[in-house]
Ligand binder design. Structure first.
Ligand SMILES: Nc1ncnc2c1ncn2[C@@H]1O[C@H](COP(=O)(O)OP(=O)(O)O)[C@@H](O)[C@H]1O
Ligand SMILES: [Mg+2]
Length: 258
């Protein structure tokens, strides 16, 4: 059965999607059967793996809103060998309302566990399922926290990160108390580390507040990440020797072995 890992924090631009697609690609590169689920309507992880969100026969929104569609119908291959994807799409913005309409049906499942229920049909086929989430703590992120075994919180070494981190840890604690008692905080992944005093100050702050929860591998800010993104590729494929790619491969090893 797959290990399901949610990548989430209540903040945008911190490396959630970069982390999700590169960790997933590195896991696939290590021979693990991996599925990435892009729960963000911006569909950046989808595009970043070379998949066009408008060229799908079934979307994630279809799976959420039409229980007669088999989850496997929405699974596609990516440019990374061994990495499968359920794509994100702008129509995910309509999913929550679409499901609210169904709720006149008393047999419809609780919307919080919709993703968890979908994954039951898929997880035997994978070693890892990685969930990329939007920058809010709304419907899709709550579904990810309800479905996951583990949570990785990517925290960029930049201003206001600690606020997002604190709100996300609160959401994690609420998830454990109310709807997913087995959810484990796998760790805080520090990303976008620069050689500046401001970046070091944020790092020190996170270290002081959460030292025992920080994953022992930083991800540095690297131009290779931006170049890879321009080409719709994960950096672990585009420039495997770059410091950011090496960092993500080490994180994948930690997730596999520890
Ligand atoms: N390690 C890094 N080095 C350089 N740029 C990065 C790095 N991580 C993320 N970025 C860039 O920062 C932007 C936001 O990252 P992204 O992963 O999309 O964040 P989020 O999903 O949290 O909104 C993207 O343009 C991405 O290329
Ligand atoms: Mg993102």
């Amino acid at each position: 059965m797959a290990k399901k890992i949610a990548i989430a924090i209540h903040k945008g631009g911190v490396g959630k999607t970069t982390s999700a697609k590169n960790i997933a690609a590195a896991l696939a590169g290590a021979g693990k059967r991996t599925l990435l689920i892009d729960l963000d309507e911006q569909a950046n992880a989808t595009k970043g793996l070379g998949v066009d969100p408008d060229a799908l026969s079934a979307t994630l929104n279809d799976l959420f809103t039409d229980p007669t569609i088999e989850p496997s119908m929405a699974v596609v291959t990516t440019l990374v060998d061994g990495l499968h994807l359920i794509a994100g799409h702008p129509n995910l913005s309509k999913t929550e309302t679409g499901m609210a309409f169904q709720r006149s049906d008393p047999t419809a499942p609780d919307p919080i566990v919709a993703l968890k229920t979908l994954l039951e049909a898929l997880e035997d086929h994978y070693d890892f399922i990685i969930l990329d989430t939007p920058p809010s703590l709304g419907f899709m992120t709550i579904n990810a926290l309800a479905a996951a075994d583990e949570l990785v919180i990517p925290a960029a070494a930049s201003a206001y990160t600690q606020d997002g981190l604190a709100r996300t840890i609160e959401a994690y604690e609420r998830a454990v108390k109310t709807y997913n008692p087995g959810l484990r905080l796998r760790g805080i992944l520090i990303t976008r580390v620069k050689r500046t005093n401001a970046s070091s100050a944020v790092l020190d702050g996170i270290g002081e507040a959460y030292s025992d929860r920080v994953i022992p591998q930083l991800i540095v800010e690297s131009t290779a990440v931006d170049e890879a993104e321009q080409l719709n590729q994960p950096v672990v494929l585009y420039d495997p020797e770059s410091a950011a790619a090496q960092g993500y491969k080490r994180v994948a090893e930690i997730l596999i072995n520890e």
